[in-house]
Structure formats: C-alpha cells, structure tokens
Design a protein around this ligand. Sequence first.
Ligand code: PLP
Length: 356
Amino acid sequence: MEKLAPEQWLRPAVLDMSAYHVPPPGDAIKLDAMENPFAWPGALPESLRAEWAAGLAELELNRYPDAAASELSVALRDWLQLADNTGLMLGNGSDELIQLLMIAAGNGCVMAPEPTFVMYRHLALCCGLEFVGVPLNADDFSLDLPAMLAAVEREQPKLIFLAYPNNPTGNRFDRDAVLQIIQASPGLVVVDEAYAAFAADSLLDALPSHDNLLLMRTLSKIGLAGLRLGLLAGATRWIEQLDKLRLPYNINTLTQFSAIFALRHRQVLDEQATLLREERQRLFVALSERSDAQVWPSEANFLTFRVPDAVQTHQRLLDEGVLIKRLHGAHPALEQCLRVTVGTAEENQRFLHALG
Ligand SMILES: *Cc1c(COP(=O)(O)O)cnc(C)c1O
C-alpha cells in the first residue's frame, strides 16, 4: 500500500502555517513573555513556602484530579465576585479555552482586530475556521470602530476576540466601542482580560447584561504561568454547552491545589502587580525621554516601543544578556517595534542600561 506523505495528509491551512516558536532564553534576563519576575514559590515568605510544600506532599497523584475542580471554582468565583447565574469553566491556560471555542464553533468566521494576540488566528486556522483580521488604527492602536462594525455586518462572525488590554500593543480599547461591538455581533464576543491586574478597567460588570459576552482571565501574567490555568465566565446557557467539549481532567491536581493556595494568599500577587505597575511607569518615562524611541502607553505588564532599527537593537540587547520580544516583521503596523516585559527594578535597570 502506498503511504500518504504529510503534504497529502494535512489540510492546506496547516501546511501553510508556521509552528509557534518559543526562543530558548539561555542565561539572558527574560523580558519577552510577560511573566511575573517574582519567583513562585521562591519569592514567598518562608512560612508560606513551607505550608505550600507540605500541602503538595499530601496530594494523591495516583488518583485522577477532581474533574469539576469544585473547590478551585469556588475560590475563583469568590475572587471575581461572579454572580450565581454566571457560568464558569476552566482551561489549561486560556490558550486551551481559545482552542475549545474554535472547536465549538466548528466552522465559519473568527474575527479580531490586528495586531493582537497571535493565538486567535493560529488556533482558528488549526481548527479549520476562517480568520478575519481588522486593522487597528496605526497611530495609537485604537479600535477602528466603523471598520469593525462593517466587518461584523459583512462576515457575521461566530466569534470575536478582543484582548482588553491588547497584546502586543499594551493599550486598552475604548470601553464603549467594545460594548457597541458586543451589541452588534450575532455570535459570541470573547473579551480576553489576561492583563486585568495591570489595567484600569474590566468588563466583568457587563457580564450579567450581555448574553453573548464571554470574559476570559488567566493566572499566567499575575505570577503563575507555569500552573497553566485560565477561565471563561459567561451566561450559564453558553458555558454549559461549551463545557461539554472540555477534556474531563484538564486541570491537574497540582494546579488545583496550588491555585487554591495562591488565591488564598492573593495579597502577595496583588502587591507584586502594584510594584509592576509602578515599574511600568518608571520604564515608560525612561523610554519616553529618549529621542530615538517612540513608546506607547500601556495598561499591561509590558511596553511596546519603536526604534530606528529593531533587529539590531534586539540583537544588541541579547548580546548584553537581555531577551525581549521582537515584534518587527509580525505585522505591518509593528514595523521597527519591540516589546519589553516589565521586570523587577533591577532587571528593568539592566534593560535600560543595555539599551544604551
Ligand atoms: C498571554 C496571553 C494569553 C495566554 O494565557 P495562558 O493562560 O498562559 O494560555 C491569553 N491572551 C492574551 C491576550 C495574552 O497576552
């Protein structure tokens, strides 16, 4: 029997896409992926670290996890103050929830403004859906509301993703524009609040009054990227259906325990977020004062800025032991742009020093 080659076996959309590339950091200071720089559990007070470790030692990893993650769900509901009639489902990172939404949609169109989080496009194409990107205004990365509303009317998308604040641009879209898009959309609008801890607004309070709004959060950017825990909140009648597609044990026992523990001591994470917002302001001022850089205001834990030669600057920083993200080449609006994650005061100083 003649065998199929991968090129014959795979869908053209998959053959055309490039793999999601994560550069190995080596010994460099890692300011490329919006991680919290304060180690967990390393930066915890000694007593908390011991309590966490003792709890881990009691877990029974021979057993399957709690499939419903009941105790964790209660803790998350309490954290976000979710109303009783708001549904909640958990994912192995919000990436998994994005993928699950694509699988649930099955066919049709997925829409997002661009440039934005690359996973929306990537996972739509992985799952065989069509993706339509609507350009943001190039000067300040704000939503082009007339263009968005026209695209919604034309494409009737099943899913719209709005990162609030947006990655990789750092700005938060106009709240009223987002609400207008939700109202004009026949399908679901996912407001992705991965950076809520660093932002001045949230659409949590709009959930009860908007049946087609789903709100996504993650623990990744506030300090627990290694746990892989994301959540989706929305109208119960939607969440109940979507939850059927979730793999039964997607939140492992170690994650359930650690996330409950972290939420019980969330003051630690809140204080770190406060520090990072202050550091963001300091970095913003330092970059603004440079005549060779243009920096955009950010409500996330990173700053996007433009330099004369992004490839050269990126390499020079790497040579100096600082890894940031090169955005140049990812989208026309990001020409000569770089993105730096806000680190500790010391790391940020190292970055500024390496920048020269
Ligand atoms: C980082 C990021 C995510 C990914 O979150 P995980 O929970 O780590 O999968 C989702 N959305 C946006 C906008 C992000 O920047």
